[in-house]
Design a protein around this ligand. Structure first.
Ligand SMILES: [Fe+2]
Length: 359
């Protein structure tokens, strides 16, 4: 399989990964053969890329880091929580706890798990899909800190619910392209204290989980909001969720910018560790991210181009690449694999996101 921009999809291509909507239903299943009408719909929904089956790479797999069932149920749970809050009723906490436990089970059953998939979602899905990803990343980081199961649950509940305060912010303000006025920014910033107040009132949510909503925009150098806390004044859970939140936002298409590739997002996080982010949290998280997910077309320092077919751990920046093209972009015919962890003189110099050369 390989990742392909929806602009380049052709009828007859087959999906290698499902497309899941905001309410957790599967819009198009894995294995579905695409028709022209499906392709139009994907583009209308703002889905920027999908994974398709490619007979040249039958062995390349980029399974989502969550099971389909867990992801779909988590999406539904976050959506239901938002709907309940908007309707003035309470969050179904047993449902939240159930899904959080399912995510923890899902992720802890795969200790070597890497975040090894490109973002595939629509703009509309952003808030819900983002919450589920932030929760998953927070669990992965929490496991690296060897948090016990009670702590992981507290962390995961707060991470899943960290942006619920946004139900109090008008949608056009949240999606506004360009810069915000001081007044608008203040309104957006309030989602932290609003989120805290909402969660505190739920009774069944621990105070530390609620603090994640309050503190996830604080920065360790004291430049965050709402209280400009610094260093360990910010609870570890909130320092974890800050990193998870920013990474997922960076790798997502937003109405006002297109996404960063995983290695670019990782570089930005690394640059801001020690200043904005807790360096230890960033280090632990980046060990869990595949900078070049399988299916990525890359150019090597030799000029040759190929597709990432497997990730090496812990050398995630040096995956195994199947070489397809020479430096001139000519198909070399006799494909071979290069293990970059064993070829220290060769490195990846570019990710080719416009896959015209593969089409
Ligand atoms: Fe937020």
């Amino acid at each position: 399989m390989r990742r392909i921009s929806t602009k380049r999809l052709q009828p007859g291509m087959q999906l290698a990964q499902p497309v899941i909507s905001a309410d957790g239903t599967i819009l198009l299943a894995k294995g579905q053969t695409l028709r022209a009408s499906y392709i139009d719909r994907l583009r209308q929904l703002g889905v920027s890329s999908v994974y398709v089956v490619d007979p040249r790479f039958p062995d390349i797999d980029a399974n989502d880091f969550l099971s389909e069932r867990a992801r779909a149920q988590a999406l539904r749970t976050v959506r239901d929580a938002c709907t309940s809050l908007i309707a003035g009723s309470v969050i179904d906490m047993p449902a939240v706890t159930e899904i959080v436990d399912m995510l923890i089970d899902d992720l802890s059953s795969k200790p070597d798990l890497l975040v090894n998939v490109f973002d595939i979602r629509t703009y509309d899905d952003y808030t819900f899909a983002h919450s589920v990803n932030v929760c998953s990343f927070a669990i992965l980081i929490g496991m690296s800190f060897s948090l016990n199961s009670g702590m992981l649950r507290e962390l995961a509940i707060g991470a899943l619910m960290h942006d619920l305060g946004k139900t109090c912010v008008p949608l056009d303000l949240l999606n506004k392209p360009g810069s915000l006025s001081d007044e608008e920014f203040a309104q957006v910033q309030k989602h932290t204290s609003d989120g805290f107040d909402i969660l505190r009132k739920q009774g069944e949510i621990g105070l530390l989980s609620a603090h994640i909503a309050l503190q996830h925009h604080e920065r360790v150098d004291g430049t965050g909001y709402p209280r400009a806390l610094a260093g360990s004044e910010i609870h570890l859970y909130a320092r974890i969720v800050a990193v998870a939140d920013v990474y997922d936002a960076l790798v997502s298409d937003r109405p006002y910018r297109s996404r960063f590739l995983p290695h670019e997002a990782a570089a930005r996080l690394a640059l801001e560790s020690e200043t904005a982010f807790d360096a230890e949290v960033v280090r632990k998280f980046l060990r869990k991210v595949a900078f070049y997910p399988t299916g990525t077309l890359v150019r090597l320092s030799t000029g040759y181009m190929g597709v990432v077919v497997d990730i090496n751990q812990p050398m995630t920046t040096r995956p195994i690449v199947r070489i397809l093209y020479d430096a001139q972009g000519e198909d070399i015919g006799d494909y071979f694999e290069l293990d970059l962890s064993k070829s220290s003189n060769i490195s990846i110099i570019e990710v080719i996101s416009d896959e015209t050369r593969l089409a």
